[in-house]
Design a protein around this ligand. Structure first.
Ligand SMILES: [Zn+2]
Length: 602
């Protein structure tokens, strides 16, 4: 991925031009595909797929698969490079190989990964620079363009901050949803197809390629790594002590030094000096809605690259190319360790009793890293004539800054032995099936003693969020109840390698739980309720038949004159504090069984 590779690429481009001009004489190393990132151009969706098909036609080590359809009605593609020509994920796994999955074009206005992956696929299949030695223990899978609908919607004007490429796709998919918020709620067919790919191939390492328009600095590429404290320590330590140091070090030896994604530690208002990275930067815990957060639920090391839009498109593509190469080199070199670690983490997670749902940054603990930035300040805008915050590119600096990369859990829950999901909640069941969660069904109608949550309180997000008003700051209270379940209702034993997915999707306080994303909203409504007139006769009978409650009610009337004069408030009091109240109102439908019990299962 170093200078030597760059020279190989230049040679190949020259060779390809030579071939083009000289009567179809094929040369060794002739590029199969032609990309034009040097001229600030990124291929269209159709060109991308054609080029992958061309590669698959030319090499037995490559295949192009289709998975389902996306919201634009076109299939999601997966391009697989397997040196042994084995394209069966199960036998690849049985052979102890690692699988690296790269996802591109989730935001098609950030296309450098699309070009970089294509160029890399071309180069490794041609075995340029002996690249194929890195496929001895690893199978490389590439999603050419994830957001197909967004990629088809091309314009020069989608990315207000970008000067290049000349034209690119749109962030929203065909349904105008942001796919990098849709990994667990799966509102899009794209996410359903991605899940099928992910669960069939079960990658060990994952990369999602992006471009950022955040703060300006000298780096062409930044990296969002998994937050090491939010993972099992076997993975967290391997990541922090082995993987990241080696990836950063190897990128530094090449043309494109890499730095963690720049989120200023000081979160003062935007466009302020105070947001300068000089005060430090921080990592963050990626939750389940994001690609890399989703992959971590299944103990896969998931990364996002954020290339820097202020650099040339050529450099963005080349730096993405180099990182893909380094990630493959690392994955292949440490294949045995990665596979062994995954086995151990899978086992540990399946036996783990407690799960952290939320974290807070440890502001007392940090690393020190070198940072190459540009001085920031206020400059007169040539558009508005008004002063605005910005960077002075004539004033680069190198300094040491703090990197806040340590988090502590703030909410930890003990897992139950089983979750019970009534079959009525089929949208949740479908997603569990898609994610290959082991589930059993009740063989007959059964009454079970379960722990239930009542939703006591929550807040809705102020703005529409990808088709939802997500619930935040959820508060619950627990109760034990005897509930009637039906034949076919689902029992999930929490003893699986996918326990993090199970717990983080079903615990209503988890940030990207199905509850947060409105899957269980019907439980927040009453269905019967009462009319002020119609309830009166029954309320009177009830009071007369329950003298103890009646005495309480009369006392409240005596003590509270406002209450005594409010007919509706009095009926409400009777309704909510007696058996008239709907027991299912605000009762979270998924329940917990905390002991190992014998259940009548199919
Ligand atoms: Zn992005």
């Amino acid at each position: 991925m170093k200078a030597i590779l760059k020279s190989v690429r230049i040679f190949v481009v020259v060779a390809a031009i030579f071939i083009f001009n000289s009567c179809n004489t094929k040369l060794i190393n002739e590029d199969i595909i032609r990309l034009n990132y040097s001229n600030d151009e990124t291929p269209s969706y159709y060109q991308v797929i054609e080029m992958y098909q061309e590669l698959a036609n030319n090499f037995k080590e490559a295949k192009l698969f289709e998975y389902g359809v996306t919201d634009a009605g076109k299939p999601l593609h997966l391009f697989v490079i397997s040196k042994s020509k084995d394209f069966n994920p199960e036998s690849i796994k049985r052979d102890g190989k690692t699988i690296l999955l790269i996802n591109n074009g989730i935001h098609p206005g950030e296309p450098c990964g699309i070009d970089a992956s294509l160029q890399f696929a071309n180069d490794i299949l041609l075995n340029k620079n002996n690249l194929q030695v890195n496929l001895d223990n690893t199978v490389l899978c590439i999603i050419p363009v994830y957001n197909v609908g967004g990629a088809l919607n091309r314009s020069h004007y989608h990315r207000t901050g970008h000067l290049s490429p000349k034209e690119s796709g749109f962030r929203g998919n065909a349904k105008n949803l942001d796919l990098n918020r849709d990994f667990v709620k799966c509102d899009t067919k794209n996410a359903v197809a991605f899940t099928s790919i992910f669960q069939e191939w079960k990658p060990d390492v994952f990369l999602d390629t992006h471009t950022t328009n955040g703060s300006n600095h000298q780096y062409t590429q930044t990296l969002i790594a998994p937050q090491h404290n939010s993972m099992h320590p076997i993975h967290g330590n391997f990541l922090k002590d082995v993987m990241l140091p080696e990836l950063y070090e190897n990128m530094k030896k090449g043309n494109y030094e890499l730095i963690p994604y720049v989120i200023p530690y000081d979160q003062s208002p935007r466009n302020s000096y105070d947001r300068s990275p000089k005060k430090g930067i921080l990592s963050y815990v990626q939750t389940a809605k994001f690609s890399s957060g989703y992959t971590q639920l299944f103990n896969c090391l998931g990364f996002m690259t954020e290339n820097h839009m202020y650099k040339t498109y050529y450099d963005r593509v080349m730096s993405a190319y180099d990182f893909i190469g380094e990630l493959l080199i690392f994955t292949d070199k440490y294949s045995n360790e990665i596979v062994e670690n995954k086995k151990q983490v899978d086992k540990a997670i399946s036996e783990q009793e407690e799960f952290n749902l939320t974290y807070t940054l440890d502001t007392t603990n940090y690393d020190r890293i070198e940072f190459k930035g540009y001085e920031s300040g206020y400059f007169k805008s040539p558009v508005t004539g008004v002063e605005r915050f910005g960077y002075d590119l004539t004033k680069p600096y190198t300094t040491e800054i703090k990197f806040y990369d340590y988090y502590n859990p703030i909410l930890t829950i003990k897992k139950p032995v089983y979750y019970v999901i009534p079959q009525a909640w089929n949208e949740v069941i479908e997603r569990f099936k898609l994610n290959k969660i082991e589930m059993r069904q009740l063989a007959k109608d059964t009454s079970l003693r379960v722990e239930v949550y009542y939703i006591e309180n929550f807040e809705d997000e102020q703005w529409q969020n990808n088709g939802h008003r997500a619930h935040r700051n959820v508060e619950v209270k627990k109760e034990v109840q005897e509930i009637n379940y039906y034949k076919g209702d689902y029992i999930i034993e929490v003893n699986q390698a996918s326990n993090r997915y199970i717990v983080e999707m079903l615990e209503p306080k988890a940030p990207d739980a199905f509850f947060a994303w409105n899957f269980f909203d019907p439980c927040l409504e009453t269905r019967e309720y009462f009319s002020s007139y119609g309830f009166e006769a029954n309320a009177l009978i009830y009071l007369n038949e329950h003298p103890y409650f009646k005495a309480e009610f009369e006392k409240k009337k005596q003590d509270d004159s406002e209450f005594a004069n409010n007919h509706r408030a009095q009926l409400s009091y009777i309704y909510y504090n007696t058996e008239w109240n709907e027991v299912s109102y605000k009762r979270y439908p998924v329940t917990r069984i905390n002991d190992k019990v014998r259940l009548p299962l199919q």
